[in-house]
Write a protein that binds this ligand. Structure first.
Ligand code: ATP
Ligand code: LTN
Length: 335
């Protein structure tokens, strides 16, 4: 019998708009993969509250993130697209998994070490520490086979695998042990003003960040002002020419051209021409996504309805796993 493998991924609702890196590095591959997998995509609001959030803004960002998934081509009738906090099983399984996670093991997570150092001890919550355990719960509840993520999340998926194996060894085969699918360097987008740092929603300056929901004239200007170099040749060299290489990655991801084809296309032409081509490709790609997302956000009741239907589908799968987990660890069934 041929069975469709299950895929799980998610993004935090940490900004009003997603940025070009989220689109190229996550949404485009997700859209492609939804045809081959039984895919679950969540908006991980419970992860977002591991750092302080304004309540009204969090609600709005959650809807906006979901709308952008759909606008980018994640089809809520094909994939299960839902809001993490709508399925209560996530927090319950996270608690149970936390009891088999070593304190030292969690303390070795580099994202926690980076973030806690950045925020300082007084602003570092226990939730930030247990963030990867909640992520493991997200993945394991759905008996996930593959988890497409950026390489910054690889360590969290490795922890998830360790927890699944540990639980299975102790209580009998309960969880599928998931595999990470790490996005290639070809899908990593850097800041246009600072092309050695990753483009990020939480960047301090927005000058080098391309927002999916920005007016396209703003996006166009940011591309024309992108940092390059003085050598004037369109050639892929990540080390020596990070600005040009980054624009080539963006252009290649959206047009399907290889680096060699881009070098040929712009041989003997200046950066001005090249930037215009990048601008046109990005604007043509973003404009319909932006329009569709704004249209969806114009009818929040309908968007909420779609998310509720999908939360129902997710809940069914999650509850099945959770019931099994509860039985296996010896929690008394409610009579
Ligand atoms: P934050 O700044 O809030 O951490 P972020 O913009 O860095 O957010 P995440 O929410 O951490 O993005 O990531 C969501 C998804 O987008 C992940 O799969 C991640 O790998 C991908 N992603 C984020 N930034 C980039 C980027 N610059 N290039 C490629 N992929 C990216
Ligand atoms: N931590 C991830 C978001 C995330 C996730 C997940 C990704 C939460 N739960 C489960 C894949 C599977 C991030 O910050 N990108």
């Amino acid at each position: 019998m041929v069975t469709t493998e299950r895929l799980y991924s998610g993004m935090q609702p940490s900004a009003d708009s997603l940025q070009a890196g989220n689109y190229i590095g996550a949404l485009l591959p997700w859209r492609r993969m939804q045809a081959e997998y039984d895919a679950f995509f969540s908006v991980v609001d419970l992860h977002a509250i591991t750092v302080p959030q304004d309540p009204a803004e969090l609600r709005e960002k959650t809807r906006r993130t979901a709308a952008q998934y759909i606008a980018a081509g994640i089809e809520p009738s094909k994939s299960t697209l839902y809001v993490q906090s709508h399925v209560k099983a996530h927090t319950e399984l996270a608690w149970i998994l936390s009891t088999i996670t070593g304190f030292g093991e969690a303390g070795r997570m580099t994202q926690f070490k980076d973030k806690s150092q950045r925020f300082g001890e007084s602003a570092t919550s226990v939730g930030l520490f247990t963030y990867p355990v909640l992520m493991a719960a997200d993945i394991l509840l759905y008996q996930t086979d593959v988890v497409p993520v950026g390489d910054d999340q690889k360590q969290h998926v490795e922890l998830t695998r360790d927890l699944a194996e540990r639980f299975n060894a102790r209580f009998g085969k309960t969880f599928v042990v998931p595999k990470p699918v790490i996005a290639a360097e070809a899908a990593r987008i850097y800041d246009l003003q600072n092309p050695t740092s990753k483009m990020s929603k939480s960047a301090e300056s927005h000058a080098g960040v391309l927002w999916l929901l920005d007016d396209v004239s703003v996006t166009a200007k940011k591309i024309m002002r992108a940092v390059t170099d003085s050598d004037g040749v369109v050639r892929y060299d990540r080390e020596a020419k990070p600005g040009v290489a980054n624009l080539m990655t963006i252009y290649g991801a959206l047009t399907g051209s290889t680096h060699a084809a881009i070098e040929d296309e712009f041989a003997g032409r200046g950066y001005g021409d090249f930037k215009k081509a990048v601008r046109d490709a990005v604007v043509a790609e973003f404009e319909p996504v932006r329009a569709k997302a704004l249209e969806l956000l114009d009818d929040p009741a309908e968007l909420d309805r779609v998310l509720a239907v999908n939360a129902g589908k997710a809940e069914e799968v999650a509850e099945r796993t959770l019931t099994d987990v509860r039985d296996r660890i010896g929690l008394l069934r409610r009579g």
